[in-house]
Design a protein around this ligand. Structure first.
Ligand code: 13P
Ligand code: SF4
Length: 303
């Protein structure tokens, strides 16, 4: 904290001077999440809130697709990403040309894209979803078959919850796909008290062995509601760090994985971004129109 404190003070002073608003995903480190962010949440919460921000400058502490989503939903604002090189294995797994090929292969089948995609991919699909609303979005289409890209594990999870036939794409989150069913069995051994909750980007054997599966916000809500004595969050490491600060009576067991992309965002880069107003997100207007329609359609569903 001796290193963090001067940076936190400088960021908060400059943020006020610039009239900027800082948004942070739940996978950001505690010094960002608790000490400089004005708005925190999962992908869906951040997208909804970004659309409502009235300040002229939004600093999106998350990965590039999250900053693009904020820009799509609030296009007249200056949206900055402290490290625009912060990518995502899911966003990197599919291109706009891939989506066009899927449409040719499955004519008439609606295509849903996880928000963890580039704006060029969003522009080609019918609607977006996040892990919080994927099932509701798929079912809202009223179609017997739906293409859900690019996370194959989220697609498998949604398919297990609905009668809609899901056509998947072979993308995966490099953080969640690393957990295995054997890991879960090992964590449980000799630890009868341990509750295990997993994100739907995890493989099916991990989900089957967990006590609860839900998006980032659903996992947080579950821990707040159940107040377990010991809990393992099968997701990105900062989730447990951020919740532990709020719930000292709960023991957060740490079989977690770090997202190298989320961890590219640091206090030093946030301060530099506020000083220089660098890392501005721009989206080709020809792409933005279609991408905004897909994201807006999701937001307007209200689920
Ligand atoms: P949610 O925020 O929708 O739970 O997604 C998790 C994730 O991996 C974001 O990058
Ligand atoms: Fe992408 Fe996974 Fe990192 Fe989220 S946690 S940004 S889905 S690689």
């Amino acid at each position: 904290w001796r290193v963090f404190a001067p940076l936190i003070l400088a960021i908060n002073a400059l943020k006020a001077e610039r009239g900027a608003v800082i948004l942070a995903h739940s996978y950001q480190t505690p010094e960002i999440y608790h000490c400089v962010a004005d708005i925190v949440g999962d992908s869906l919460q951040l997208a909804r809130q970004a659309a409502e921000v009235e300040a002229d400058i939004l600093v999106q502490c998350g990965v590039h697709f999250m900053a693009e989503t904020a820009k799509l939903l609030n296009p007249t604002k200056r949206v900055l990403c402290p490290d625009p090189g912060a990518g995502c294995s899911l966003a990197a797994s599919i291109t706009a040309a891939d989506v066009r090929a899927l449409r040719r292969r499955h004519p008439g089948v609606p295509i849903v894209a996880y928000v963890n995609t580039s704006a060029t991919v969003k522009a080609e699909v019918d609607i977006c979803c996040t892990s919080s609303n994927a099932l509701a979005v798929v079912e809202s289409l009223g179609a017997p078959r739906v293409i859900l890209v690019p996370d194959r594990y989220l697609a498998t999870y949604v398919a297990s919850q609905t009668t809609v036939e899901i056509i998947a794409w072979p993308g995966a989150c490099e953080v969640h796909e690393r957990f295995t069913g054997e890991d879960i069995a090992r964590y449980r051994e000799g630890d009868g008290d341990l509750r295990i909750i997993a994100h739907p980007e995890c493989p099916p054997d991990v989900i089957a062995a967990s006590d609860f599966t839900g998006s980032t916000s659903a996992m947080i809500a579950w821990v707040r509601a159940n107040r377990p004595r010991r809990v393992a969050l099968i997701t990105e490491c900062s989730m447990a760090d951020n919740l532990a600060a709020e719930m000292p009576e709960t023991d957060f067991v740490r079989p977690c994985n770090l997202c190298p992309h989320m961890k590219k965002i640091t206090l030093t880069k946030i301060l530099a971004c506020l000083r220089t107003l660098g890392g501005e997100i721009t989206i080709d207007p020809a792409v933005a129109e279609g991408a905004r329609r897909s994201v807006r359609r999701m937001i307007d569903l209200g689920s």
